[in-house]
Every structure is written in structure tokens, then in C-alpha cells.
Design a binder for this molecule. Structure first.
Ligand code: BG6
Length: 478
């Protein structure tokens, strides 16, 4: 369904995120007929381009980041025709009057701050001062949303000077992933899971986001963040929220975010012994973390595994194990919900029966499966085997599923539609930092050294031990 006509301004329109994600995503939405007549997309950055120069720049980005088969010449031309460019000085005077002149009345206005958070305040102020943003305008801000609680509060306060909370869209692109949304559909659209969705029946939950890439190229940013700030405080936290939250009364932005906020506030402080921090060594032809970060003394973690508990009725006693890392064995992200074993087995002991597992795979092969125990077919007696009930989209939906929209394109369309459900509210981000800060604070105080792990591995051995100690184990990365 096409969205309403809109003016979208992308500050940082020549940056990496714009080239890789925002512009290719917008092109795909255009190609699929989701943009009506009268859409205008303006790149705004410091570089001196004219409209045509920017179109050529964007054409190159599309060619670089989209598969050839998706680049239909007619669609590409149609999309490029929507684009314009204005050189704007975020902290100065240049370009603002011209930008004001380009904005139209009577269409949705959105401003994407695809720039570092230090510029959020300057941009918000100038949009206001030059009367560029109307009362219903939306602003989209990228992570990192602050560095700790204090800076996040300051950012929220700065934005709040010029924009109402309902106008602010804080992106966590994990919420735009197809499977992540499907998780909500599965939990709240079926009767099957909800009665079992609690400590009484769920043994534990594992959330893994493993990446094969290192931090080369963005070491300067990453070395000040580490896996805790870069991934756990936001992406893994959001996944945890969707698994653990109570059913909201409706699928509406505040109802959903109220429930997520309660989860974050229920997180217990994490004991130091329940956290494993790692840093990758050099691999076969790949540099070590400290080389990538260009900081030989770095104490920043590129891997983290932790055991987390929630202090509420539903989850008391059920651990959530989180792990994420760079330069690991495989790009593999999934959530595993492991149910308890039946209280008493009526079958022979050696039958290999194990507990049910619901696996929600984010990448690769987005989809879900549920392992169930059945009888091995054949005359061999009552032998039990575990088989997956596969809900992989590619199998269930065929062709359609191979073209699953990227998280960013879905989220940008939500901004235009004015739907904040999949965006973080200010209090949510602050609550997440309030939980994260003491953990990081303790490492700093102890001068905690991350453990080294081999590139291409599953992280430090201690991460495996973290689960072994509890008689559990991580699912294999494959
Ligand atoms: C970003 C992090 O937010 O998410 C990166 O800053 C990380 O370090 C990326 O690589 C992972 O996103 P995805 O969608 O590739 O899993």
C-alpha cells in the first residue's frame, strides 16, 4: 500500500549508512510501488554536489549495494528523479535558507539524522530556527543514542527542546528485521505458546548475535564502545524485551513500549562472575582487535557473554544467556527458547528424548523452528527422536520470502506512516543505559582485561563454561 506523499531530508546523505542502507532501501520501496507521486528526497551534507551530481553518487551506491537483478533501469531512473541535494553546514548558517525553500506544505515531513549524536542538537535547533520542520514533522535518529545514562538524558533533553516525543523516531534496526516482528506475531497471535511462556515451563533462553566481521575501518568509534554499548545495550536488549514482555493490550506504540520498558526495569544487576568479555586475536590473514582498533593497550571487548535474570513473577529463576561477538566462526544470530524436560519419562532411558526448543533465526535463513520429540518411524520399538517443525519463510512463502525487505526500508516507511511501534522511546533508552552503566563502571574500576579468543572461533572458552556450570550449553554456531 503506498504511503502518503512526503519530503524526506537525509542529513549525512553522503555517509556510509545512507549509501549502504537508507538509499538502497528507499529505492526498493519505490520499485515495489510504495511511493506515490509527489515524493521528494533531499540529501544534505557538507560536500558540494548539485542535484545531478548527487543522483550520480546515489546511482553508484545502488550499483554497489544492490544485486544487479534488482536494478531495473526504468525504476532506477524514476527513483533518481525524486532526489535532490543541498549542501548544508550542520553547525553553521550555510544551506538552511535553501532547505527551507525546498520543503513543501501539506506533505509528511521527515528528517533523518544519519550523523553522529554530537550534531543532533545543532540540527534540531536549526530546523526549528529556520522554521523548516512543521509541527508534525518527524525526526529519525540513529544509534548510538548516547554513551551512558547521562549523555542519553542530555540528548533526550536537547531533542525535547524542539520536538515532541511523538515526533522522535529512535532507530534500532533489529526491530525492523522480519523475524523479530514475527516473534511478536507468534507469541501474541497463537494460543499455543503463551500458557507455556514462563519460568515454570521454560528452562532458559539464549540470544546469540555472532558476526564474522571485525571492527576494521570503524575502530575509532568501536574502541570507545565495545560490544556492551554497541550491541547489548540496544539490539540484544530489544530481543530480550520481545521475548520477555507481557502481552500488550494492543499493537500500538505506547502499549508495546510500556511493556518493553517494564522488562528493562526488571533486569537484575549482573554479577561480575556471570560475564565473559573477549577480544579477538589475529587470524589467518586477519588483524587482531588491537590492530583493527589501532590501540595496542585497548581493554575494549569485541565479545561478550552474560547470564541475566529478570526480577518478576513470569521469569524468576529462568536465566537469559546473551552473547555477541565480532570475528566469530559464523554470521549467525538466533534466539533459542529451551523448554523444560517432561517431569517424568515413561519411555526407556536411552531413547535420546530431549526438551523442546523454539529457535528464532535472524540470520542467515530467517525463520523459526520448533523441535518436537516423536517416535522414530519403523518397527524398532519405541525409539524417540527429535525433529524440527520448520517454519522457515522461504519454504512456507516460496518466492516472496526471498525478497524480504531490509530492516531499514521497513522502518523508514513506518516513519512516513507515523507509526512509532518499532522505535525506541526516550525512557526505554535511558532505562537500558541505567542497567548497562554499572556493569561498564565495574570493568573500568577493576581495569578488567578481556580474554583473548581466536578469530573464527566461538569466543573465549569461558563463555562455554558459563553455561556448562549450569548444566546447559550454547547451540552450535553454524
Ligand atoms: C550495528 C553495530 O548497530 O549493528 C555493528 O554498530 C553491527 O557493530 C551491526 O555489525 C549488526 O547489524 P546486522 O543487521 O548486520 O546484524
Amino acid at each position: 500500500i503506498p504511503v502518503d506523499p512526503f519530503d524526506l531530508v537525509i542529513f549525512g546523505g553522503t555517509g556510509d549508512l545512507a549509501r549502504r542502507k537508507i538509499l538502497p532501501g528507499l529505492y526498493r520501496r519505490f520499485r515495489d510501488g510504495q511511493m506515490p507521486e509527489g515524493v521528494s528526497i533531499v540529501g544534505a551534507a557538507r560536500s558540494e554536489f548539485d542535484d545531478d551530481g548527487y543522483r550520480a553518487f546515489v546511482a553508484e551506491a545502488l550499483a554497489e549495494f544492490l544485486p544487479k537483478a534488482k536494478l531495473e533501469p526504468k525504476a532506477v531512473k524514476g527513483f533518481l528523479d525524486l532526489l535532490g541535494y543541498i549542501a548544508v553546514d550542520a553547525t553553521g548558517k550555510d544551506g538552511w535558507a535553501e532547505l527551507a525553500g525546498r520543503m513543501r506544505k501539506g506533505v509528511v515531513q521527515a528528517f533523518y539524522f544519519s550523523v553522529g549524536p554530537s550534531l543532533f542538537g545543532a540540527l534540531a535547533e536549526r530546523l526549528h530556527k529556520h522554521k523548516i520542520a512543521g509541527a508534525d514533522a518527524r525526526i529519525v535518529v540513529e544509534k548510538p543514542f548516547g554513551h551512558d545514562l547521562e549523555s542519553a538524558k542530555a540528548l533526550n533533553a536537547t531533542l525535547a527542546k524542539h520536538f515532541h516525543e511523538t515526533q522522535i523516531y529512535r532507530i534500532d534496526h533489529y526491530l525492523g528485521k522480519e523475524t523479530v516482528q514475527n516473534l511478536m506475531a507468534v507469541r501474541f497471535g497463537n494460543m499455543l505458546f503463551e500458557p507455556l511462556w514462563k519460568n515454570q515451563y521454560i528452562d532458559h533462553v539464549q540470544i546469540t548475535v555472532a558476526e564474522t566481521v571485525g571492527v576494521g575501518g570503524r575502530g575509532a568509534y568501536y574502541d570507545k564502545s565495545g560490544a556492551m554499548r554497541d550491541m547489548v545495550q540496544n539490539h540484544l536488549m530489544q530481543l530480550l524485551c520481545l521475548i520477555a514482555m507481557e502481552p500488550p493490550s494492543k499493537f500500538d506504540p505506547d502499549a508495546v513500549r510500556d511493556e518493553k520498558l517494564k522488562v528493562i526495569r526488571a533486569l537484575k544487576p549482573v554479577e561480575h562472575e556471570h560475564i565473559v568479555r573477549g577480544q579477538y586475536r589475529a587470524g589467518d590473514g586477519t588483524p587482531s582487535y588491537v590492530e583493527d582498533a589501532e590501540n595496542p593497550d585497548s581493554l575494549t571487548e569485541s565479545f561478550i557473554a552474560m547470564k541475566v535474570h529478570l526480577a518478576n513473577w513470569r521469569w524468576n529463576g529462568t536465566p537469559f544467556y546473551l552473547r555477541t561477538g565480532k570475528r566469530m566462526k559464523a554470521r549467525h544470530s538466533e534466539i533459542v527458547v529451551r523448554f523444560k524436560e517432561p517431569p517424568h519419562s515413561i519411555f526407556e532411558e536411552d531413547t535420546g528424548q530431549s526438551a523442546n526448543e523454539l529457535r528464532i533465526r535472524l540470520q542467515p535463513n530467517e525463520g523459526m523452528d520448533l523441535t518436537v520429540t516423536i517416535k522414530e518411524p519403523g518397527p524398532g520399538g519405541m525409539r524417540l527422536i527429535d525433529v524440527p517443525l520448520d517454519m522457515t519463510f522461504a519454504d512456507a512463502l516460496g518466492e516472496e520470502a526471498s525478497d524480504v525487505p531490509d530492516a531499514y526500508e521497513r522502518l523508514i516507511m513506518d516513519v512516513i506512516r507515523g507509526n512509532q511501534t518499532l522505535f525506541m522511546r526516550g525512557d526505554e533508552v535511558e532505562a537500558a543505559w541505567a542497567w548497562t552503566d554499572p556493569i561498564i563502571g565495574e570493568w573500568t574500576e577493576r581495569e578488567d582485561r578481556p580474554l583473548r579468543y581466536d578469530a573464527g572461533s566461538t569466543g573465549p572458552e569461558e563463555a562455554l563454561i558459563l553455561m556448562h556450570r549450569d548444566g546447559r550449553r550454547w547451540r552450535e554456531l553454524s
